[in-house]
Write a protein of this length. Structure first.
Length: 242
């Protein structure tokens, strides 16, 4: 995003939450820090983009829901030797139950035109951005599609409006549809994006399966806590630009 003071410039801006796999707790920390230190930043973002786990973070930011699911999910996975790869884990069922329980009944109206969910269309592998939801159930379906990882989540992809999709991260880890759009990007890996880890060995202490960052079992409990704390990397960004 440009260096101009966000509030003084008056330029409409958007937020973009990347795919993050098992590092979603980092983005939870980012949202928590923004809620504590700059809640107007979340409220004034004209669009909020998200893909994969980032779509759940984006939905929570737009609809004002809590983020306890990520902590509960991390704790549940920690109890198993295989973690989230355990056959006992049913990620889509857990996500659906969480969304049905926490999203307000008018969430589809709140999210309409503001929440943009990145999906990958199965039939042709094209990236599709959806922002129209006729019901709470349709919003949930879009989020489930964005989070779907073949094999890990199952073998039959979910559908949105009759079309099957898999996770948006397969066609773009950071949803930025328009390079001309003023955008604040949130990414759980060290890099040159607006809000990301500056020097975080915990985040790199991992291996990958299907392009999903997965911390070793022995590091999970410490990593879960430190990832949320590292999400307060938004503080330097706020100091620079607000």
């Amino acid at each position: 995003m440009a260096e101009e003071d966000i509030r003084a410039s008056g330029i409409p801006f958007s937020l973009s939450f990347s795919g993050s796999g098992f590092l979603g707790l980092y983005q939870v920390g980012v949202v928590q820090s923004l809620l504590e230190l700059a809640p107007e930043l979340l409220r004034s973002a004209c669009k909020v983009y998200g893909t994969s786990a980032g779509s759940l973070i984006a939905a929570a930011a737009v609809c004002g829901t809590n983020l306890e699911f990520f902590f509960a999910s991390a704790e549940e996975a920690r109890k198993s030797i295989l973690g989230r790869l355990s056959p006992r884990c049913s990620p889509l069922a857990s996500i659906r139950a969480f969304l049905q329980r926490t999203l307000p009944e008018n969430s589809h109206q709140v999210a309409l035109g503001r929440l943009h969910v990145s999906l990958t269309r199965v039939v042709d592998g094209q990236n599709i951005m959806v922002s129209e939801f006729s019901s709470k159930e349709e919003l949930i379906q879009a989020l489930l599609c964005s989070c779907f990882i073949p094999i890990y989540c199952g073998f039959i992809p979910p559908s949105y409006r009759g079309v099957r999709y898999v996770g948006g991260g397969f066609t773009g880890l950071q949803p930025v549809p328009n390079l001309e759009e003023a955008m604040i990007t949130v990414f759980p890996f060290t890099g040159e994006l607006d809000i990301c880890p500056r020097d975080c060995p915990d985040i790199f202490f991992c291996f990958q399966i299907l392009n999903i960052p997965l911390p070793p079992r022995g590091a999970r409990r410490h990593t879960s806590i430190s990832l949320v704390q590292n999400g307060f990397d938004s503080i330097p960004f706020l100091c620079r630009k607000i």
